[in-house]
Design a protein around this ligand. Structure first.
Ligand SMILES: [Zn+2]
Length: 92
């Protein structure tokens, strides 16, 4: 049995949206839509469907942005703030 692979849903091949949850949350002045998605693994030896995971989608500067939330639905702004803090800490 191979060692447990880390899940990297951002690099998935295909996506299946299983649930869409529009909210009143805002990010960068745009309303956020939360989607529960299953993602097909991009690793050649896996190609399994992982998830479902929550993703947040919103528009900024005319572009659609997305953010990986995780298994448990949380406010996108909170997840984005934590991610930025982690990046800042890693850069020091
Ligand atoms: Zn996989």
């Amino acid at each position: 049995m191979a060692k447990r692979l880390r899940k990297t849903p951002e690099r998935g091949l295909n996506r299946q949206v299983t649930h869409v949850c529009p909210t009143h949350d805002e990010l960068g002045g745009s309303s956020v839509t939360y989607q529960l998605e299953r993602v097909q693994c991009g690793k050649p030896k896996c190609r399994r469907w992982h998830g479902p995971y929550w993703y947040a989608y919103w528009t900024a500067g005319g572009k659609t942005r997305s953010l990986y939330i995780g298994k448990k639905l949380r406010p996108a702004a909170e997840v984005a703030t934590e991610r930025n803090q982690r990046r800042r800490a890693a850069a020091q």
